[in-house]
Design a protein around this ligand. Structure first.
Ligand code: GZL
Length: 322
């Protein structure tokens, strides 16, 4: 059978393609594809979390599809829907807020795509909508901060007035870091939260809210309770611009224990930083592989964390990974 020149050329190109991409295509078929819908890039913690997820996916040989929702729930929902349409093997995300997830998670369930929550939790009745939640216990973080305040002011009669910089409204860390504090101080009337407003976990937000607090409450404020380091650093800028000495005139309590938080503790401007680890990538990839392999996972995987008072910051800082 004689082939036309065109057919011969087509056969040559086809076999070259098969030779070149065949094994890759086959290998690609065997690779797990994970769709990850990230909250945004609002803080140093979030940036470190994104680096951890991306590097762990590479390390694990998992094909990662990644999206940044700019802290908007509708963007995260859109991203999850696109992962469903692309028929990824697993979907993972850090829910920007606790509510409003049932419809899209039901779509994932009906498409038989398992969902893993990381970092932040959701408030749903039907717990079958996700396989597991990997992340911190924010309520315990709030309790730890409250206990530090109890110890710090145990010999002072009070009143001890607290100005609270809340994280993103409706988010699990904001809700629970507040709840944990209130749980500890509720039996100690000398502590009073005299102001509370959201700075949305950003440096600019923290500065803006603290400027308003300085104007409204002035030196009545004894403690700034910031739900993350970025807002604490913004508040420190606002206090210094008002001639205050944060960490001295006013105690500053923060969360995350990022590099910026440690630098501020070494400079004497944050008094205590409650650790919240963003390094969730490796645990997430292990969970993804286990889910694909059909293994049973616990509903909740809590990350181990501690509390860093200013006094240990200089010694511990060189050991920190984010
Ligand atoms: C906590 C995480 C929070 C951090 C903030 O796990 O969701 O979001 O505390 C980040 O820095 O923006």
């Amino acid at each position: 059978m004689t082939l036309s020149r065109r057919d011969a050329l087509a056969a040559l190109v086809g076999s070259a393609f098969a030779l070149t991409f065949g094994p890759l295509a086959h290998a690609e078929d065997k690779k797990i594809t994970l769709g990850f819908a990230q909250v945004g890039a609002e803080s140093a913690w979030r940036t470190a979390n994104t680096v951890s997820v991306k590097s762990a996916a590479t390390e694990a040989g998992i094909n990662l599809k990644f999206s940044d929702a700019q802290q908007k729930q509708e963007n995260q929902i859109k991203a999850i829907r696109s992962y469903i349409a692309q028929k990824v093997d697993v979907i993972a995300f850090s829910p920007v807020v606790e509510s409003g997830w049932e419809p899209v998670l039901l779509e994932a369930k009906n498409a038989k795509i398992p969902v893993i929550l990381t970092d932040r939790n959701i408030d749903v009745k039907d717990k079958s909508l996700y396989v597991t939640m990997i992340g911190s216990d924010f309520l315990e973080e709030g309790r730890r901060a409250g206990k530090w305040l109890e110890e710090r002011y145990k010999n002072e009669p009070g009143p001890i007035n607290i100005a609270e910089l809340q994280g993103t409204v409706g988010s699990a860390p904001a809700n629970d870091r507040r709840a944990g504090l209130l749980e500890v101080i509720k039996n100690d009337p000398k502590f009073k939260v005299i102001a509370s407003q959201s700075g949305d976990f950003t440096l600019a937000g923290g500065k803006q809210v603290m400027e308003a607090f300085v104007k409204t409450y002035g030196k009545k404020i004894n403690v700034v309770y910031a739900h993350n380091d970025d807002m604490a650093l913004g508040a420190i800028q606002a206090m210094e611009e008002a001639g205050w000495k944060p960490g001295k005139d006013v105690s500053v309590v923060s969360f995350d224990a990022t590099k910026g938080g440690f630098q501020a503790m070494v400079a004497g401007k944050i008094n205590v930083d409650v650790e919240c680890s963003p390094l969730l990538g490796p645990q997430l990839m292990t969970a993804v592989k286990d889910v694909v392999a059909g293994k049973q996972l616990p509903k909740r995987i809590v990350t181990e964390e501690t509390v860093f008072p200013m006094s240990v910051a200089a010694e511990v800082m060189p050991t920190r990974k984010y």
